[in-house]
Ligand binder design. Structure first.
Ligand code: PGA
Length: 303
């Protein structure tokens, strides 16, 4: 049997029960005294038991009244909480932003977050930097507000918008013999060992696709899950590397690494901002997405 009571009846009852007085409840809720008594009478009809009893001059709660009073307080707290959460969603208070980005995007995303949080003070940000497989899983489970990655994942319905180029370049130590040559043919690298990212990395699959499209075989040497480690390995002479230009700012400035001039390079990719299809973004997440689409390029300089 469903109890057909209304929030309004519960709210009026809660106030009357707290004050043990219809008159004080009427004052508190800006209602007339007969208005209060009518709401409570209706609630008593729904419950099928009296909620108050008058002993002498004093009002008391009946045992049914005490039960309903406990529930009406809990429901009142839940409604207050809902109001806070919805207020936050409407951007009335400081919002929360949860974003997950691919390993390589970790090289620039903090700059975006710094600029964004300066503009939207009080926003609490949580950032997860992880690999493609995990990003795909997170999108499937609809966990983060937004994801930044090199290419929309297959097999998950998403809305994806490109916001910036992501050129992949071939790197070598600065004293490498090919460093001074121009327009190197890709076939010259057929026998080279490359230090590569792990399987599942977007960079790795883009490189493999690129070599196979050009019908040149690609030899992977040591695998590493970090771009920093790859750069150090290349510098130490463990092989050549192919990385996003976003990871290279310092090394190029200090000339610790060189970008080789290879025909058809750089491998052209883009960064996408992605959400699960049909996801309703909070105003904070919506603001971040707009910020990325319109202004990311101002804050991220390509070396
Ligand atoms: P990564 O690159 O996975 O190689 O770090 C990002 C991507 O291409 O999605």
């Amino acid at each position: 049997m469903a109890l057909n009571m209304t929030f309004r009846q519960l709210k009026v009852f809660e106030s009357a029960a707290r004050h043990l007085s219809y008159t004080r409840a009427a004052e508190e809720l800006h209602l007339s005294q007969p208005g209060v008594s009518m709401q409570i009478k209706q609630l008593e009809e729904v419950v099928g038991l009296p909620l108050f009893e008058q002993i002498g001059k004093k009002m008391h709660l009946t045992s049914a009244g005490r039960e309903i009073y406990a529930y009406s307080k809990s429901i009142g707290h839940l409604l207050d909480e809902a109001e806070v959460v919805l207020g936050e969603l409407k951007g009335l208070q400081s919002g929360r932003l949860s974003i997950s980005v691919a390993t390589t995007a970790g090289h620039f995303v903090t700059r975006l977050l710094a600029a964004f949080s300066q503009r939207y003070e009080g926003v609490t940000i949580s950032l997860d930097i992880t690999n493609r497989a995990s990003l795909r899983e997170q999108l499937e489970a609809n966990r983060p507000d937004l994801v930044i990655m090199g290419q929309p994942p297959e097999g998950v319905e998403v809305d994806a918008e490109a916001f910036m180029e992501n050129p992949l370049v071939m790197i070598a130590p600065s004293n490498h013999p090919l460093a001074s040559e121009k327009q190197l043919e890709l076939s010259r690298f057929e026998d080279e060992q490359f230090v590569v990212r792990e399987k599942g990395s977007g960079t790795r699959s883009a490189i493999e696709r690129f070599f196979s499209e050009h019908q040149v075989s690609f030899h992977t040497g040591i695998e590493m899950s970090s771009n920093e480690a790859i750069k150090q390995a290349v510098e130490a002479g463990l092989g050549l590397g192919i990385v996003s230009i976003h990871t290279l700012e310092l090394e190029l400035q200090t000339r610790r690494l060189q970008v080789l001039d290879v025909k058809d390079f750089p491998i052209q990719r883009h960064w996408y901002i992605i959400q699960r299809k049909g996801k309703r973004l909070s105003p904070t997440a919506e603001a971040f997405k707009t910020f990325v689409l319109e202004q990311a390029k101002e804050f991220i300089r390509l070396p």
